[in-house]
Design a protein. Structure first.
Length: 131
């Protein structure tokens, strides 16, 4: 035992129970208030994200179904027909690559990339708000 440790032991030997005056209780109450406020804030954030997601989904549904619904269904039907014709032809490297190129046109790839980017961005934003 070092001299410093011995000095500390002697200094506090007579203080069997330190004077607390409710400090620990007050700190415990303050910590409990902060934790309950953090839980409430997390619930409010989750509800806000859910409301925002519902609004965006409703808006996109209205946009897609109203303005682009018929065209979208026609395009999907054409893409399925192209995929079917590419798969039903005799297998060769040239026909497979040409069918794949036609099936995955610039419009389809752009849509896939934009959707993937939107989902990744949403995941990053959600993760950034978590404690």
């Amino acid at each position: 035992m070092t001299d410093f440790d011995a000095l500390l032991t002697r200094s506090f030997a007579e203080a069997h129970e330190p004077a607390d005056d409710g400090f620990s209780v007050n700190v415990g109450h303050a910590v409990a208030r902060r934790e309950s406020a953090a839980k409430l804030r997390n619930v409010a954030q989750a509800m806000g994200f859910a409301a925002a997601a519902a609004a965006v989904t409703y808006g996109l549904y209205g946009l897609a179904a109203g303005a682009f619904g018929q065209d979208l269904l026609a395009m999907v039907g054409i893409e399925f027909a192209r995929a079917h014709s590419a798969l039903s032809q005799a297998p060769s490297v040239e026909t497979a690559s040409r069918g794949l190129t036609h099936m995955l046109g610039a419009g389809t790839l752009t849509t896939i990339l934009l959707t993937t980017a939107a989902l990744a961005g949403g995941a990053v934003a959600y993760r950034a708000t978590q404690d």
